[in-house]
Write a protein that binds this ligand. Structure first.
Ligand SMILES: [Zn+2]
Length: 344
């Protein structure tokens, strides 16, 4: 089959790799119908040293079950399924606690003999624990929306949930990428009354307004902090969702959080130390968040997509064929695209 390989920074190629097959009785093989490129794929795309063992890329996908091992019971051949961005057994202590990303037998796509999601098919370990059937057909126009259950919508939702967003509250979302925009959707779903989106790209913040942002602050740094405080009676917001992953974004989050409030960070941090020192200690700031256990949220979020009340798939503004995936990476890396669908 054809799959996306990252050889080194800036060098993404589509190549022939071994066809996936059921190897364990709990495996399934999924023919990929729709995949996409994640903002987090851009970190290795920017920095990966040359390797003789290029990894298969992609971790957000949905597709049709083509083969199942003898112990698989919850999905069957022909089912359309969405695949969360890590696989998990669904039975260990962490999975039962809803922290599937810490699964004792789980792992990421594209390494350790597991396929990636930007290809024609993938072997799915622990199919019962990992896959979630979709109650629509392969030709449904909701597929891009449902694909966001794989990662980006669940990641935004994780930010809002771990920050403790409740009805009637004020929330700041730092970052107007696909995760930040998903966090706006999530904050609105949880009933936030004021949602301040911090971002500088008008096309993206306009989409953020369509998703429920009540205010947009384009300024950054001290100026951005001052603008948010002006919108909130000088105090900032009790919940701040940091959806970037850079140190400056966390500093900004600390600047706009109300004393006693909570910052949740879901942008994969590109910094080793958390810049929260004595001044933030004096303000009783809580820092939470982390990698999102997408599998835990899929069943909860899917009905909002099926009934049309949210359209998170609007974050996809470009589509490329699998053979053109390198162009998709370039478009996202150059910020010509917000998020790119990949059609095998
Ligand atoms: Zn587990």
């Amino acid at each position: 089959m054809r799959a996306t390989l990252l050889h080194q920074a800036g060098d993404v190629r589509v190549a022939d790799v071994a066809d996936p097959k059921v190897q364990q009785p709990t495996d399934a093989v999924v023919r990929i119908v729709l995949g996409c490129i994640c903002g987090s794929d851009l970190w290795p795309y920017k920095s990966q040293p040359l390797t003789e063992h290029p990894r298969q890329m992609g971790h957000e996908f949905l597709g049709v079950v083509e083969e199942t091992g003898p112990q698989v019971t919850t999905v069957k051949i022909g089912d359309l399924v969405v695949v969360p961005f890590t696989y998990s057994d669904g039975t260990c202590e962490y999975c039962r606690a809803g922290l599937h990303t810490s699964c004792e037998h789980g792992g990421p796509w594209g390494v350790n003999g597991v396929d990636g999601g930007q290809g024609q098919a993938a072997r799915v370990p622990f199919a019962d624990g990992t896959l979630v059937p979709l109650p629509v057909g392969e030709d449904s126009e909701l597929l891009p929306d449902l694909l966001t259950l794989s990662d980006v919508l669940c990641t935004g939702y994780h930010a809002a949930r771990t920050a403790g967003v409740r009805a009637g509250e004020s929330v700041t979302v730092v970052g107007d990428g696909a995760v930040g925009l998903s966090a706006v959707i999530a904050a609105k779903l949880l009933g936030a009354e004021q949602i301040i989106l911090m971002g500088r790209h008008a096309a993206r913040t306009d989409l953020g307004r369509a998703f429920g942002a009540t205010d947009v602050v384009a300024a950054r740094g001290e100026e951005g902090v001052a603008a948010v405080r002006e919108l909130t009676g000088g105090r900032g917001t009790g919940r701040v969702l940091e959806c970037v992953g850079l140190k400056d974004a966390l500093v900004q989050a600390a600047g706009v959080v109300r004393d006693g409030g909570t910052i949740s960070r879901v942008g994969a941090p590109q910094y080793p130390e958390v810049p929260l020192g004595f001044p933030e200690f004096l303000r009783n700031i809580t820092l939470t968040g982390g990698v999102a256990p997408a599998r835990a949220y899929i069943n909860e979020l899917m009905p909002h997509i099926l009934d049309g009340s949210i359209r998170p798939g609007r974050v996809f503004d470009r589509t490329v064929a699998l053979e053109d995936v390198a162009e998709g990476y370039r478009l996202m890396n150059d910020r010509e695209a917000l998020k790119v669908l990949v059609r095998p």
